[in-house]
Design a protein. Structure first.
Length: 561
């Protein structure tokens, strides 16, 4: 005889890799796709807003613009490099003022001083640009050193008369075009990896990024491992205050901490006590917790004591597998803002989301292909993962309280992507309606070597008029045990089809408020391992949270066929 129903509460906290929630804290989710934390309530989720187009370079004077390879935000302006047909096969600089929605001309661009455009796929050395003094320095793999063009320079001293040149440092010259540039103590630090020679970090004079006065303004880092990238980090001082540092990554073999300055005789280098690093320069991002970066075993953090964390989400407590299985680490793209670290990777072992769900739903997430582009978000405040999101970001940039991004295979278009909903949020991204997937990890085993049965279950949801949610129970093979629909009430509110001040923004609210919705299964769910998947079209006002189920432990061993 079945035992009385035992209530089980599943409060969705984080996306996780776990294959068995028995060994993890309750709330591990196999998918929180296109869902983000609701700002009002812990473990309640809402739909991610779609990225919206800001501008298209190809339609604004940049003929044939097709791929933005790097960029930097300075005030309300975005400076970057884009491939165009102006000088075929070359990148050229651009400046876009987000506030005025206007492009600012940059004079001096020629074929001779423009770098060769990089490939848009496969392994690469990502270009990088940074403001030092009154100049933006551009390290770009398309510079060969021919005619003295080792790196690019955008002079922003006069913000209304921008100029472009390509040059080398003087009087001490770099021996090879730099891999990366960073601003540290007002100096430009060039990471240089000459072929068959010692990699080194050159540093310019203060606020004069193209000038290296002394031949000893160079720092070698102990061996011949190439230097990958660098970024500043504010270290905590035991006596109080902050000590500025530059963190230099040497592939995945080591991380160096640079402090002090040559002018005061305090310049020092120290290796961090960990044998890891990154092959993904565009994954390194500064946050309120420290530097986040993609290591071979997952996303790690260097805190303000220069301590490197374990992978965030190890052992199925979060997300690591997509990062371990990344196909082209150098193509990973990340950005951080307002407590959210978002990172795009090509996951070589990804499986289609929503196995057993409707074909249209699965295809929206790339279902049917063994390799998927996936974007994962880590909320550093709530310490939870969400995703995979379907943006397919190729570059990300923090801007005010939002992100500017580019999207793979979408041309040279700049999009704005908000990390939270607002009353202006939309849910059609680059012409494609967003869909969401809320899926539990495989639910905990009762450890009684018996099949389980669920008849009664509810799911907390706030619904949107005119839309429905499909819920599917999946067994260990992803085969549906049953499928039900949670329907909303009322009709949606369509713009220009109602009397002003006499309609609800998301349609009828009566019956659609946050409330436990019964899932009326057509038959008892009998299982030893089961996952529940809920999904539908993304919309403003939709919320999804706790799952309640009554477990019954049946009096026989699990089925064998």
């Amino acid at each position: 005889m079945p035992l009385p129903g035992t209530p089980l509460v599943w409060s969705p906290h984080t996306a996780a890799d776990t294959l068995d929630a028995s060994s993890n804290s309750a709330g591990a989710m196999a998918n929180l796709a296109n869902l983000i934390p609701d700002p009002t309530t812990r473990n309640l989720w809402q739909c991610r807003p779609a990225a919206v187009k800001v501008t298209d370079l190809a339609a604004n004077g940049f003929a044939g613009a097709s791929f933005i390879s790097c960029w930097v935000n300075v005030g309300t302006r975005v400076y970057g490099m884009v491939s165009t047909t102006r000088n075929a096969g070359r990148d050229e600089p651009f400046c876009y003022d987000v506030l005025t929605q206007m492009f600012v001309p940059i004079a001096g661009v020629t074929a001779a001083n423009s770098p060769i455009s990089p490939a848009t796929f496969g392994n690469w050395n990502p270009p990088h640009m940074e403001l030092i003094g009154s100049k933006i320095i551009v390290a770009h793999p398309g510079f060969t050193g021919a005619a003295g063009a080792f790196f690019g320079v955008i002079d922003v001293l006069n913000p209304f008369a921008l100029t472009w040149t390509a040059t080398n440092t003087a009087p001490t010259a770099l021996v090879f075009p730099p891999q990366w540039v960073s601003n540290f103590n007002g100096r430009c630090w060039f990471l240089v990896n000459p072929p068959n020679s010692q990699p080194a970090a050159y540093f310019s004079d203060v606020l004069l990024p193209t000038q290296i006065t002394n031949a000893n303004q160079i720092l070698t880092l102990d061996d011949n491992d190439p230097l990958t990238c660098s970024m500043g980090l504010a270290l905590s001082n035991q006596l109080g205050g902050i000590i500025q540092a530059l963190i230099i990554f040497k592939g995945v073999s080591n991380i160096y901490q640079i402090t002090g300055d040559a002018a005061f005789g305090t310049l020092a280098k120290n290796t961090l006590n960990v044998a890891t690093g990154t092959f993904a320069p565009n994954s390194v991002a500064s946050s309120e917790k420290g530097l986040l970066f993609l290591a071979p075993d997952g996303v790690r953090l260097i805190d303000f004591n220069a301590k490197v964390s374990d992978p965030i989400g190890k052992d199925g407590e979060g997300i690591t597998v997509p990062f371990i299985s990344i196909l082209v680490p150098s193509r990973a793209a990340a950005a951080y803002n307002t407590g959210v670290y978002r990172i795009q990777v090509q996951n070589g072992v990804a499986q289609a989301i929503g196995s057993g769900f409707s074909s249209g739903f699965s295809s929206a997430f790339g279902g049917g292909g063994p390799v998927q582009q996936q974007e994962w978000w880590y909320d550093t405040v709530r310490q939870c993962w969400s995703g995979p999101h379907t943006t397919k970001m190729s570059l990300g940039l923090a801007y005010q309280n939002s992100f500017l991004i580019t999207i793979q295979n979408a041309g040279a278009i700049i999009f704005k992507s908000d990390p939270v909903q607002s009353f202006t949020s939309t849910f059609v991204e680059n012409g494609v309606p967003l869909t969401y997937a809320w899926q539990t990890a495989y639910l905990p085993d009762t450890d009684q070597m018996a099949e389980n049965c669920i008849i009664e279950s509810t799911l907390y949801m706030a619904l949107v008029s005119g839309q429905s949610t499909i819920v599917t129970a999946l067994n260990q093979d992803g085969v549906p045990l049953d499928q039900v629909t949670i329907a909303s009430s009322g009709a949606p509110t369509n713009w220009n089809q109602f009397n002003w001040n006499n309609a609800n923004w998301n349609g009828a609210t009566l019956g659609n408020s946050l409330y436990p919705r019964q899932m009326e299964w057509t038959a008892p769910l009998v299982f030893r391992r089961m996952s529940l998947l809920a999904g539908g079209l993304s919309a403003q006002g939709l919320k999804i949270g706790r799952l309640h189920m009554k477990y019954q432990v049946l009096g026989y061993l699990q089925q064998t066929g």
